[in-house]
Each structure stands twice: as structure tokens, then as C-alpha cells.
Design a binder for this molecule. Structure first.
Ligand code: DAK
Length: 259
């Protein structure tokens, strides 16, 4: 397995790839090198046929406290605009496998935005979500104004981004930003269980389903329904559809071919 400077990777269970942000002295602040490592690790798991689900996590204390303010402070407008800036080449749409953010402690600014780029969020009870960019004289630039507003609604999104309101894990669960909340002692193990469940399914069916749900966020209903139908018919051409249905009828576990 490849090694990186600012992320650690492991496979704690069959089919489950874990990427752990690892810049503890800066609460996993997202500098450019870390972002490059993160994208490389994501692409490596995406390319690995043995991996069916990816977990993206930090430490118990911090998922990520945002983009690296010290690095950004030295970055003028044109450089931010032109250079390989923080988000350049950083594109979760290149990852077709499900990604679950596993969040404990601070998920602020770009940290919260990266969690929201994932397909699901599992949190520890200590997780804190926020978009405090306004305090720095800037605004969210990694999708916060769009994804958070879709997730929690306009009124609360305004308060979070204009008045630096931070959400506890319980609040984030209440408002639909996160899927599950667990005690800090068990949240990671619970996330692995969830990932294992997904990794045990047909990778083709999982991909077709993820794609269709993503379209629900972007397309008008009739176009989304059309997209879903195409993927549904496409599933009928797969080996895994034949296997899944045969296994049901024969009362046995399916042996997926991922084809
Ligand atoms: N950047 C750099 N260093 C950070 C950091 C950050 N975001 N957050 C924490 N650190 C560092 C601190 O400077 C400190 O380092 P030393 O001073 O010890 O060297 C160390 O981590 C521990 O932090 P604290 O001493 O502050 O720890 P506390 O427990 O007291 O406080 C805190 C934790 C998370 C509440 C606090 O550190 C904090 O407020 N951090 C900043 C949070 C923040 O404002 N985040 C938003 C950053 S702006 C882009 C798209 C998106 C973005 C950028 C570009 N493009 C499209 C290009 C995103 C922007 C942002 O995220």
C-alpha cells in the first residue's frame, strides 16, 4: 500500500479502505500537500477492485479544522485563482465508490465541506460542524454555501455561515446533516460495520445506485426519474442481477462478481 505524508491508509475489514487525515499538530488543517495526498489515496482505493467502500476520517479531536489559514494568508488573489490552489484537482466526482465521512471533534470550514462532499456522515458525540470563514473576512469556497443549504435549509445555513453558529453532533443529526451519531469510544468501529455492509454488496449495483441518488440533487424530477430508469435497466444486463435474484430464490448468499 502506498504511503503518504499527511494521510494514513489501512483496510481494517475486507472491502473497507480507510483514509485518515494525519496532521495532528494543526488539527488536520487542510494544506495543499494534504489535499494532494487525500486525492491520491482516494484514487488508489477507487482503482483497487478489492475495496467496496471508503471511510474518510481524522482523529478523535479533529476531523479537520478547515483549510490551512497560515498557508492561505500568504496566498494573493491571482495565485489563488490561477495556481494549483487548494481544491485544484480535488474532485470527489472522480470517486464512484461510496465514501463515508467519519467525523469526531472539529469539522470546520473546509473540513465541514469535505465531510459534506462524502456520501454519508457518521459522527461521534463530540463532533462540531461549522463554517466560520466569515470571521476571516472570506466565505466558504468548497461548496459550503450550496451543500449545507441543501442539507439543513436556508434559515439555519444563513445562521451557520453569517453568525458562525456551530452544530453539535446531536443537532447535526436532528437537521439531517449526519446519518448516525455514536459515543466517541465506538463511532469508528460502527462506521467500519456500516462500510463492511456496503462493501459486501455488488459494486456495480452500489455504483448505479449512488449515481442515481447524486442526480436527485441536481436534476429536475422528471430527468432524475429518467436517469434512474436507465440505470435500473442497465442493472438487468449485469451478472450480479442474475446472481442476486438466483441467490434469493435458492435461499443462499449471493457470490457477487462485480460485473
Ligand atoms: N489553519 C491552520 N492552522 C490551524 C487551523 C487552520 N484552519 N486550525 C487550527 N490550527 C492550528 C493552530 O494554529 C494551532 O497551531 P499552533 O499555534 O499550536 O502552532 C493548532 O492548530 C491547535 O489549534 P488551537 O490552539 O487553536 O486549538 P483550540 O483547541 O484552542 O481551538 C479551533 C481549536 C478549531 C476552534 C481553532 O483552532 C480554530 O478556530 N481554528 C480555525 C478554524 C477555521 O477558521 N476554519 C476555517 C478556515 S477557512 C478553497 C475552498 C475552501 C477553503 C479554502 C479554499 N478553494 C476553492 C481554493 C476553505 C477555507 C477554510 O476552511
Amino acid at each position: 500500500m502506498e504511503t503518504y505524508e499527511f494521510v494514513l491508509t489501512e483496510t481494517p475489514a475486507p472491502g473497507v479502505g480507510v483514509i485518515r487525515l494525519n496532521r495532528p499538530a494543526a488539527l488536520n488543517a487542510l494544506n495543499q500537500a494534504l489535499m494532494r495526498d487525500l486525492m491520491a489515496a482516494l484514487l488508489a482505493f477507487e482503482a483497487d477492485p478489492a475495496i467496496g467502500c471508503i471511510l474518510l476520517t481524522g482523529s478523535d479531536k479533529a476531523f479537520a479544522a478547515g483549510a490551512d489559514i497560515k498557508e492561505m494568508a500568504a496566498t494573493p488573489y491571482v495565485a489563488m485563482f490561477m495556481q494549483a490552489s487548494l481544491i485544484d484537482g480535488f474532485d470527489f466526482s472522480r470517486i464512484h465508490k461510496p465514501i463515508i465521512a467519519v467525523v469526531s471533534g472539529f469539522a470546520l470550514g473546509g473540513g465541514c465541506e469535505i465531510a459534506m462532499m462524502c456520501d454519508m456522515i457518521v459522527a461521534s458525540e463530540t463532533a462540531i460542524f461549522g463554517q466560520p470563514e466569515i470571521n476571516l473576512g472570506i466565505l466558504p469556497g468548497g461548496g459550503g454555501t450550496q451543500r449545507l443549504t441543501r442539507a439543513v435549509g436556508k434559515a439555519l445555513a444563513m445562521e451557520i455561515m453569517l453568525a458562525d453558529r456551530r452544530l453539535t453532533a446531536a443537532e447535526a443529526l436532528h437537521y439531517g446533516l449526519v446519518n448516525r451519531v455514536f459515543a466517541v469510544e465506538v463511532y469508528f468501529a460502527e462506521a467500519v460495520k456500516l462500510a463492511q455492509k456496503i462493501a459486501g454488496l455488488s459494486q456495480v449495483a452500489v455504483r448505479l445506485t449512488k449515481e442515481a441518488i447524486q442526480k436527485a440533487e441536481e436534476l429536475p424530477l422528471h430527468e432524475g426519474l429518467e436517469f434512474e430508469k436507465r440505470n435500473f435497466y442497465l442493472a438487468f444486463g449485469t451478472d450480479d442481477k442474475a446472481e442476486g435474484m438466483a441467490a434469493f430464490i435458492e435461499k443462499r448468499k449471493p457470490a457477487w462478481k462485480h460485473s
